[in-house]
Design a protein around this ligand. Structure first.
Ligand code: GRF
Length: 204
């Protein structure tokens, strides 16, 4: 069954666009109900407008506490009927207990490295600088931890031929785009249960 998705993005929005394009091409059984961003200048906003997707801007400075901000996001998610929350370059950590509770096992994030290697915001550069020959993409559930929720999907990327951090990021990004649409699509046919660190896919 088509899954109703909310995308949270803070910047460029190429993963958001890749998912929207995959939906348009019939490769991903999902409907993007809303784009939520904390950044009023995010290029992702134009992508949403071009695709006729509603945009909600939720700025950090409008709220005293982070919990209040995440409560506002939760209200938007519910108003738009989101069943799955897709973080695509969302640069704030979701902290609201109500939000994390309401969407338990239904918030996903993409990370441009093979976690638990190279967590954090500079994963591709860190992998390149370290000299690893294989890095990749991780898609994981979002919980109270940082970049450490149960892993749903990983794909390795050979970066041995990359000559810079930028080349590394570009090669990984291509794989992010196909991988994220695949995982979003999986939510249209099933869900994930979690035991300890292990996420298991269950077909509905
Ligand atoms: C991606 O590399 C993603 O893995 C990371 O942030 C970047 C977002 O890129 N979490 P974009 O905004 O989707 O183009």
């Amino acid at each position: 069954m088509t899954v109703q998705v909310a995308v949270l993005a803070s910047g460029r929005g190429s993963n958001f666009k890749a998912i929207a394009d995959a939906i348009g091409a019939g490769r991903c059984d999902a409907e993007i109900k809303v784009l939520i961003t904390n950044n009023p200048d995010a290029p992702a906003i134009q992508i949403a407008r071009d695709g006729g997707i509603p945009v909600e801007i939720v700025e950090r400075k409008k709220f005293k506490a982070r919990d209040d901000m995440d409560d506002a996001i939760l209200a938007i998610l519910q108003r738009h009927g989101a069943k799955l929350v897709v973080l695509a370059g969302y640069m704030l950590i979701l902290k609201g207990k109500k939000l994390l509770g309401a969407y338990r096992n239904r918030i996903i994030n993409i990370h441009p490295a093979l976690l638990p290697a190279f967590p954090g915001a500079t994963a591709q550069k860190d992998a390149f600088d370290y000299g690893v020959k294989v890095s990749g993409v991780t898609i994981h559930l979002v919980d109270e931890t940082l970049d450490a929720g149960p892993i749903l999907y990983q794909e390795a990327v050979d970066i041995s031929d990359c000559r810079s951090a930028e080349e590394t990021a570009a090669k990984i990004l291509k794989v992010e785009h196909s991988a994220y649409a695949k995982v979003v699509d999986s939510f249209s046919k099933g869900h994930y249960t979690v035991e300890g660190r292990r996420a298991t896919y269950v077909r509905d």
